[in-house]
Design a protein around this ligand. Structure first.
Ligand code: NAD
Ligand code: DAU
Length: 349
């Protein structure tokens, strides 16, 4: 039986990847390894509780002994590595946590894969999920391709860049069969509300100020999270070893345009007077080292493997907003407790 270990499967993107693999491949055994940090939530996967091919292991990739024991027990043929500290603002207040999980944790996982697979690398795959932020910041023109020079500018992107380099080093030095993808900003259900889109939806819901960093003209390329999961499925099965694939939504928005769109959508869905939510928009101090623009050229993935986004921005944003309105209990649960302390520290006047 083909066994895949997915790290970070209780997080935002990981939970969509786990669900896709568990339901689409009943013949596979899917092991979700997650430390359940503040960002990990088993509620995201409660629908899989009775799936016979799904296993959850609470484990920390920074702990090599624990990792070795779990790998020994499950003997995975494939690893899809998503576990990470993922929020740029948190990386500015605590860079070391990002080095520990994103760099050290990834190297631990690479070592564990080498150890368990030895010389027998047939049918094995180490898939490292990374970000477009490793390429730095674009001006008004141009796109990131797989050949763009690395130029990380936040502690988060520096830690992801370092992990990408280690993954490639293990391919060249030890012939580990790796593949890497670098993806743009995801959105969709189960996104933790420290990130822009769910934070704005939550604040509109509560009629709280909508914090926009700087001039609001920073640009991101937004991808529906389920399309990212489909891209990961495609690359896991058909990507070439040693290669990198960029994944993007071809869907660029300035932050201010995106936020006003969400305002208008929520006014309509909540039956509020048009314009109510726009009045909550509040420009706040900028993120240090804020990257101006990200935009992905995903033509390699489209031309080689046939993947492209399936959802338009209008459909994806509307479904996302509706999901948060339909899942207020999920939102209330994750914004209680420690989230309050984070929020008041991050957005202190
Ligand atoms: P997330 O923060 O929502 O989830 C991260 C998950 O990793 C959580 O479940 C957490 O519990 C787990 N985790 C953290 N530290 C761990 C550790 N030491 N051991 C085991 N598990 C640990 O992140 P996300 O947004 O779902 O991102 C997943 C991956 O995709 C990350 O590698 C991120 O860099 C990458 N990525 C994210 C985006 C995006 O827009 N969110 C875009 C491109 C790439
Ligand atoms: O590009 C991929 C990356 O996208 C992933 O690798 C990261 O894990 C993910 O967090 C995301 O990073 P960003 O920094 O782009 O996402 P975030 O949602 O934090 O911010 C999106 C934009 O919105 C960015 O320009 C900063 C701005 N912003 C964010 C917050 C939280 C605001 O203006 N106000 C806010 O309160």
């Amino acid at each position: 039986m083909h066994t895949i270990l997915i790290t970070g499967g209780a997080g935002f993107i990981g939970s969509h990847v786990v669900r896709l693999f568990v339901t689409k491949y009943p013949q596979y055994r899917i092991v979700n390894l997650d430390a359940l940090t503040y960002a990990g939530n088993l509620e995201n996967l409660s629908d899989l509780d009775t799936a016979p091919n799904y296993f959850f292991e609470k484990g920390d990739i920074t702990n090599p002994t624990q990792l070795a024991e779990i790998m020994q027990r499950f003997q995975p043929d494939g690893i899809i590595h998503l576990a990470a500290e993922s929020h740029v603002d948190r990386s500015i207040s605590n860079p070391l946590a990002f080095v520990e999980t994103n760099v050290l944790g990834t190297v631990n996982l690479l070592n564990a894969a080498r150890h368990i697979w030895g010389e027998n690398l047939d049918g094995k795959r180490f898939y490292h999920v990374s970000t477009d932020e490793v390429y730095g910041s674009l001006g008004e023109e141009g796109y990131f391709t797989e050949e763009t020079r690395y130029d990380p500018r936040s502690p988060y992107s520096a830690s992801k860049a370092a992990s990408d380099h280690f993954v490639r080093a293990y391919f060249h030095t030890f012939h580990l069969p790796v593949v890497i993808s670098n993806c743009s900003n995801n959105y969709g259900p189960n996104h933790f509300p420290e990130k822009l889109i769910p934070l704005i939806i939550n604040n509109i819901r509560q009629l709280k100020p909508l914090p926009i960093y700087g001039d609001g003209l920073y640009t991101r390329d937004w991808l529906w999270v389920k399309d990212h999961a489909l891209a990961i499925d495609t690359i896991y099965h058909r990507g070439r070893s040693g290669e990198t694939y960029n994944i993007g939504g071809n869907n660029e928005w300035t932050n201010i345009d995106l936020v006003t769109t969400l305002c208008d959508m929520l006014d309509e869905l909540l039956g509020r007077t048009p314009g109510t939510s726009r009045q909550l928009i509040t420009f706040v101090k900028d993120r240090p080292g804020h990257d101006r623009r990200y935009a992905i050229d995903a033509s390699k993935l489209q031309n080689e493997l046939g993947w492209k986004p399936t959802v338009t921005a209008e459909t994806g944003f509307r479904e996302t907003v509706q999901w948060y309105l339909d899942n207020e209990a999920w939102l209330e649960d994750v914004i209680s407790g420690a989230y309050q302390t984070y929020y008041s520290g991050q957005y202190a006047p």
